[in-house]
Design a protein around this ligand. Structure first.
Ligand SMILES: [Zn+2]
Ligand SMILES: [Zn+2]
Length: 74
């Protein structure tokens, strides 16, 4: 059964998928800048764990305080 992105509702592939650190949803996240997908979330640097993670767009909207740690992927 094909999984769908919880952000945009489009099917997810084997690649270019990430899991949200906050809600655990899986969503489109390009693994390279030339990947043929729209990003449905953002890369995020967690200063407490010094780890890079990903957060879906709805969670970014709901958690404005993390906006400052979002990495702009261009
Ligand atoms: Zn999506
Ligand atoms: Zn989320």
């Amino acid at each position: 059964m094909a999984e769908t992105c919880d952000v945009c509702g489009e099917p997810l592939g084997e690649e270019n998928v990430s899991r949200c650190l906050i809600c655990g949803r899986r969503f489109h996240m390009a693994w390279s800048t030339d990947a043929p997908v729209e990003n449905c979330g953002h890369a995020f640097f967690d200063e407490r764990s010094s780890a890079l993670g990903f957060i879906c767009s709805p969670c970014v909207d709901e958690n404005r305080e993390i906006g400052g740690s979002i990495i702009d992927m261009g």
